[in-house]
Design a protein around this ligand. Structure first.
Ligand code: DMJ
Length: 614
């Protein structure tokens, strides 16, 4: 069918070429002594009055008193048309005939063009349909190696305290607005611009419309009981094709898409979501073909070409990216029964375990072919963060059987405490940026997730109280960064020295892009300590979001948390729906909703079930 249409297009293009040629030839006819027939193309006259004066080049309109014709452009030679002159009349009629023929031909060209466009559209539609049908077939095939998963009961964890019920309901309403705006103005795009009411994407997602917000939001919609919205999102996902013609980020696709689809599968029991996760993961696999097994950061899913970010130290891969795959890949192997995904991440882990580590620390950059570390920069924030998170969570997800991961986590945290952690003059505990032995007293918003991580890792550590305390201290520092800002939302980065404690200094540190990390830490601290201040702090953040980031059609980031009034960045990040709102909602739910003894949240807050070993 596709071939027949292709032939039609070729014939069409041929015909179009002939017609355009004829048409051009008419235009190229030589100008006669007195008449330029090109003028005919500008005015069409079906009936001529007896004393009609043709306004064509070379004829000067006569003032007849009966009809005034707009004057033709002034030329050197002017001829008054005399309708009684048979010769002139014949000449005129010949031109008129040519004119009409040319118009007919022009119409034919237009029709032909329309037809070609129409045919092209049909071919594209058929191709898309064929691809979608093929995808649907694949999605329906293959059952889960875990057997039937029954749908999760989202009504668990309903609070009973009327104040908490009300707060939880307002978080749900925030989700409703975020989803509604996205659906209305950016459906299928990666993200929404709520103010300009338009579509947004970032380079991490590549060139295609891959609905990052839909995939990221599915599980949040599910647990909030927004079933109609979940269904429309899940249906859209059935047609999702990672067919970008430019590079996509292996890490981002993993945490948002593969993680999001796996979660939605485990909550709803819909196997097509699992199969979609598998199809997308398979597209990433060429990135892992390196000497060390450490993947490249970027892959073009159309060509299979791979590379690293141009800015990453000497062509390195990044720790927080290749170190944040273990949960999803190991779960995918469990659910599909195919070991290939687990093999990939175990190889990465083994390489890192055996590598020489300066002061027991993991630098952020490594060359995936030589295995050599790049710049000696260590961070528990940007470029490092979720690597540490995934060591701990791999152990939790494996029902505490992955002891290698736990040991690597414990050793890494010990080194972090020794070299990357500091106390500000005002007594705030922070995690800074370590560069070749020097600790910079500056902490990123991203680093604030670590409060929750320390608290989660306390159980099973050598000193539970110590790590719970550390979690609380990081939560406190990060809360200070919110509290000291005019708009009560935290900056992207803040300093902890010289009278600038927990505040940003430079303009490029002052923005807030709806990030979740601080609220994530409040959530873990609340679940693990039950200290009401964490709910209080979470509520303060929710109110600040309502006041400063809410717009008529969704939520936006802001450019300066110290400004008197918010200036919008006009982007509703997909992680706002995946993480920020989910952690807020869970903060005001009882522990039974996604209980931490049963579920592990990936780096994008997508819950994966702990598969019990006995
Ligand atoms: C999220 O996409 C993930 O949490 C990631 O690991 C880093 N941070 C962003 C949100 O801030």
């Amino acid at each position: 069918m596709g071939l027949v249409k292709l032939k039609q297009i070729v014939v069409g293009v041929g015909l179009l070429t002939v017609v355009v040629f004829c048409y051009t030839m008419v235009f190229m006819l030589p100008k006669t002594e007195s008449v330029d027939i090109r003028g005919f193309f500008e005015h069409r006259h079906d009936t001529l009055p007896a004393n009609y004066v043709k306004p064509i080049n070379g004829f000067k309109p006569a003032e007849t008193g009966i009809e005034k014709i707009p004057p033709a452009p002034q030329l050197d030679q002017h001829v008054v048309f005399n309708p009684k002159d048979a010769g002139q009349r014949r000449q005129f009629e010949t031109y008129q005939e040519k004119h009409e023929n040319a118009i007919d031909e022009a119409n034919q060209v237009m029709n032909m063009k329309k037809k070609i466009e129409e045919d092209k559209r049909k071919v594209a539609e058929e191709q898309a349909k064929e691809e979608k049908d093929k995808l649907m077939e694949q999605l329906k095939k293959g059952s889960s190696a875990l057997g039937t998963i029954s749908a999760y009961d989202n009504t668990r964890g309903n609070p009973t305290d009327p104040d908490i019920i009300e707060k939880r309901e307002s978080i749900r309403n925030m989700m409703k607005l975020a989803w509604k705006g996205y659906k209305e103005f950016a459906w299928g795009a990666n993200e929404l611009r709520p103010i300009s009411k338009s579509r947004h994407s970032a380079n991490i997602f590549g060139s295609a419309d891959t609905g990052a917000t839909i995939v990221d939001a599915l599980d949040t919609l599910y647990i909030m009981g927004m079933h109609k919205e979940f269904k429309e999102g899940a249906e859209w996902v059935m047609g999702l094709n990672m067919n970008s013609r430019t590079d996509i980020s292996v890490f981002e696709v993993n945490i948002r898409f593969i993680g999001g689809l796996l979660s939605a599968y485990f909550l709803s029991g819909d196997t097509t979501l699992l199969n979609q996760a598998k199809i997308i993961t398979d597209k990433l696999l060429p990135a892992f073909n390196t000497a060390t097994g450490i993947p490249y950061a970027l892959i073009n899913p159309t060509t299979g070409n791979v590379k690293n970010w141009g800015w990453a130290s000497g062509g390195s891969s990044i720790l927080s990216e290749f170190g944040t795959l273990h949960l999803e890949f190991s779960m995918l192997s469990k659910a599909t029964g195919n070991p290939v995904y687990l093999e990939k991440v175990v190889k990465i882990r083994e390489f890192l375990r055996k590598a020489d580590k300066p002061n027991g620390l993991y630098p952020n950059y490594i060359n995936p072919q030589t295995g050599a570390w790049g710049q000696r920069h260590v961070s528990v924030g940007a470029l490092g963060d979720s690597f540490y998170e995934y060591l701990l969570k791999s152990w939790v997800l494996s029902d505490k059987t992955d002891v290698v991961a736990r040991q690597m986590y414990d050793e890494a945290v010990e080194a972090i405490e020794k070299h990357v952690m500091g106390k500000s003059p005002g007594g705030l505990t922070y995690l800074g940026e370590w560069r070749s032995g020097r600790l910079e007293p500056k902490m990123g918003h991203l680093t604030c997730f670590a409060g929750g991580m320390f608290a989660l890792g306390a159980e099973g550590s050598k000193d539970k109280d110590h790590y719970m305390k550390l979690g609380g201290e990081i939560a406190h520092t990060c809360h200070e960064s919110y509290d000291r800002a005019t708009l009560k939302l935290g900056p992207e980065a803040f300093h902890l020295s010289g009278g600038n404690e927990a505040t940003a200094l430079r303009a490029n540190e002052k923005y807030y892009i709806l990030r979740p990390e601080v609220i994530e830490t409040y959530f873990y601290m609340w679940r693990l300590t039950k200290d009401p201040k964490y709910r209080q702090w979470g509520w303060e953040a929710a109110q600040a979001l309502e006041k400063n980031c809410r717009t008529e059609n969704g939520y936006t980031g802001i450019k300066d948390v110290y400004a008197a009034k918010p200036q919008y960045d006009d982007v509703q990040q997909s992680f706002f729906l995946a993480e920020t709102l989910k952690y807020l909602y869970l903060l005001f739910s009882d522990d039974d909703l996604l209980n931490l003894n049963e579920w592990v949240f990936n780096s994008e807050a997508h819950p994966l079930p702990i598969i019990k070993q006995s």
